[in-house]
Design a protein around this ligand. Structure first.
Ligand code: MG
Length: 348
């Protein structure tokens, strides 16, 4: 190997998650978001079209993706584009399991309104079969705050009561993150929920205290990452239509690997001004054992080596490649950024 200016040291790596601080700025290798047709909003007369990447759980025609809690076919009637709770048949659940998700549900309370308090238009959307967003006719119907429509039942009242009159279609848009459990079944992170009721924010990223139940705050119990969503039979004929879900992808990882380390004295062959025509020179400088590139006054980015004459920015998606060594100095630099490539020649 040539005279020792490059020291190959032990490789180390950082685990990088897809969060802003861990991706470089304008990182061209950062995955582009998939393109999704957002569909259409529902009206009272007509359910909207779900986003193109949603799993449609109920489109108003059949309950093939639902079953009773014992696995037998769901017994709720389907007619006129909706399904209806049949009192006494029990809750129904999805045949598929879900964890983190965006869930859209539309429901309508019975007309005429019958009963009072928890006895009027009661049903419920249970994430993972355990965590209920209350369905209730809360239009001019008094009950306890943590049990009205859009409450996380027995835990969090909605921020406002955005309930429509019975018989009108209402929507829940729920963003749910499942609880995380460790290897021994211990709770690492509670479930969280954000809920919009008829487009109005009613639950703002609340941390659930555990499972939801009447008169109870159940402690968390270790469970699977994916469990069915269920709809409650609370003996009131509540209607449902247009139910869809978008499972949320869990964190992606990217690895940044530094493979080459320079000694401070070796930076001399890179540091200096490089002219780009037109414009101010590109400046390569070092501060101690760190190398930087300055593209314009006041700005600079730290570089690290990935090959003998090749550096990348720690922060920005940018690569800097030096070439044509003469008298112990590199005379050319090519830098790659934003999908483009620019060459510059040493001027000092
Ligand atoms: Mg309920």
């Amino acid at each position: 190997m040539k005279r020792m200016t490059v020291m190959m040291l032990v490789c180390f790596s950082f685990g990088f998650t897809q969060t802003s601080e861990n991706w470089k700025i304008h990182d061209m290798s950062r995955p582009l978001p998939p393109v999704v047709d957002p569909g259409t909003e529902s009206t009272q007369d007509k359910p909207g079209i779900p986003p193109s990447d949603a799993v449609v759980l109920f489109d108003g025609t059949d309950l093939s993706l639902w079953c009773s809690m014992n696995g037998e076919p769901a017994r709720w009637p389907v007619k006129n584009g909706y399904m209806e709770t049949r009192p006494g048949t029990g809750p129904i659940q999805t045949r598929l399991g879900f964890g983190d998700c965006q869930l859209h549900v539309e429901w309508a309370a019975p007309v005429p309104a019958v009963g009072t308090g928890q006895g009027r238009g009661n049903s419920g959307v249970f994430l993972m079969g355990k965590y209920e967003v209350q369905v209730l006719d809360s239009y001019e119907n008094l009950t306890y705050a943590d049990g009205q429509a859009a409450a996380v039942y027995a835990q969090y009242p909605p921020l406002v009561n955005a309930c429509r009159k019975p018989g009108q279609w209402q929507s829940y848009d729920i963003v749910f993150h499942r609880p995380r459990f460790g290897a021994q079944g211990e709770l690492l992170a509670p479930a969280t929920m954000t809920v919009l009721h008829n487009g109005v924010l009613v639950q703002d990223n609340v941390e659930l205290l555990g499972g939801t139940r009447w008169l109870n705050r159940l402690p968390y119990e270790n469970h699977s990452d994916r469990l069915p969503i269920s709809l409650q039979d609370h003996s009131n004929p509540v209607q449902y239509r247009n139910i869809w879900i978008r499972p949320l992808v869990e964190t992606e990882h990217k690895e940044l690997r530094q493979t080459v380390f320079y000694s401070e004295s070796a930076f001399g062959k890179f540091t200096g001004d490089y002219r780009i025509n037109p414009g101010p020179p590109l400046v390569i400088l070092n501060r101690g054992d760190r190398l930087y590139v300055r593209m314009y006054p006041g700005q600079q980015d730290e570089l690290y080596a990935v090959a003998e004459n090749e550096f990348v920015s720690v922060k920005v998606d940018m690569k800097v490649v030096f070439s044509e060594e003469k008298d112990g100095k590199m005379t050319k630099v090519t830098f790659y950024q934003g999908g483009g490539e620019t060459e510059a020649e040493r001027v000092n």
